[in-house]
Ligand binder design. Structure first.
Ligand SMILES: [Zn+2]
Ligand SMILES: [Zn+2]
Length: 317
């Protein structure tokens, strides 16, 4: 089958990749559309040392199992559901887990992908295939609401106007919070303003300590330090960026100002799919390009450019 594979030599498009074999509890999904994410770009730079088929954001049609013939999206953490972490209700933190296209499991930039059936969610009729690709990153944005308690008058600053920054800002705005997105790209910020979200250009704004909550979606090691400059004492900094690089930072301000730092990763799919079905989140303007799987390397080039938001791979074309 066709697949986009991260090998020792780099990213390659292959037509001779073996079709996946199913383990117990798994089903085969034929991929329709897949999305390139910041994590994919980090993996190419060496994050987590991943080798194999890349990709974890996708919509496909189940070929086997209870969802056979239906459009599905898939949670990316494939957990054992037997260990004490799983039993305590935290399967996304299972120490035995594999993660689709990220840790020890082939991903979705291929014709076919094998996934645990229990990870699948049927896509509601009202959600288009292109929109449904956003279920996974949108679920990650909803994870913030699951982790941090909110007051409707809270001031929120989202750092970063990229893919995840847009989704987090739209999700946070729904809580009634006063949301400001600080970014570097006027044309990306304009899209947020069309959703009635306040924005500012990073080089024209000097941080002031006004925020109850800061969400770092910069994809850059500087996001953490910037975030601290926006936070009120006792504020909360949510880190959404996973990076190949490491931070060097004095943590004294965290102690002095009693800042809470919350790491935030994968989230619940149900509210994400509901928000897409009810058109509470608008993801269409975020699609910068749709390219066929054969042009995956070009698509990756495009996803790395500063003007691109979400680049999709049309696997079924
Ligand atoms: Zn992702
Ligand atoms: Zn487990």
């Amino acid at each position: 089958m066709r697949a986009v594979v991260l090998e020792k030599s780099g990213l390659v498009f292959r037509t001779d990749y073996p079709e996946p074999t199913l383990c117990e509890g798994e089903v085969l999904v034929r991929v329709l559309r897949a999305g390139i994410c910041e994590t994919d770009l980090q993996l190419i730079r060496g994050y987590l040392g991943f080798r194999g088929v890349l990709g974890h954001e996708f919509v496909g049609v189940a070929e086997t199992g209870r969802w056979k013939g239906r459009r599905v999206v898939c949670e990316i953490n494939c957990s054992c559901h037997r260990c004490s972490t799983c039993q305590s209700g935290l399967p996304n933190h299972c120490p035995n887990r594999t993660v689709l296209g990220i840790v020890n499991r082939d991903g979705c930039f291929a014709d076919l992908v094998a996934v645990p059936e229990r990870n699948l969610h049927a896509v509601p009729e009202e959600v288009s295939t292109d929109e449904a690709v956003f279920a996974e990153p949108l679920a990650a944005a909803f994870e913030i609401l699951a982790q941090v308690s909110f007051h409707p008058k809270d001031r929120v600053v989202v750092l970063g106007d990229g893919r995840l920054g847009h989704l987090c800002a739209q999700v946070l705005k729904q809580t009634g919070a006063d949301v400001l997105v600080v970014g570097k790209h006027a044309e990306k910020l304009k899209l947020l303003e069309q959703e009635a979200i306040a924005t500012g250009l990073a080089d024209q704004l000097s941080p002031s300590r006004v925020a109850d909550l800061v969400v770092d979606c910069t994809g850059s090691p500087s996001g953490l330090e910037q975030g601290l400059k926006w936070l009120k004492p006792r504020g909360t900094l949510v880190l959404k960026t996973t990076l190949a690089a490491s931070h060097t930072l004095s943590l004294a301000p965290v102690v002095i100002d009693e800042i809470t730092i919350v790491g935030s990763r994968c989230g619940p799919f149900r509210p994400a799919l509901d928000a897409l079905a009810e058109k509470r989140v608008n993801v269409r303007p975020l699609i910068s390009a749709v390219l066929p799987l054969e042009q995956a390397l070009e698509a990756f080039q495009h996803a790395q450019s500063s003007t691109a938001l979400k680049v999709l791979l049309a696997v079924d074309e």
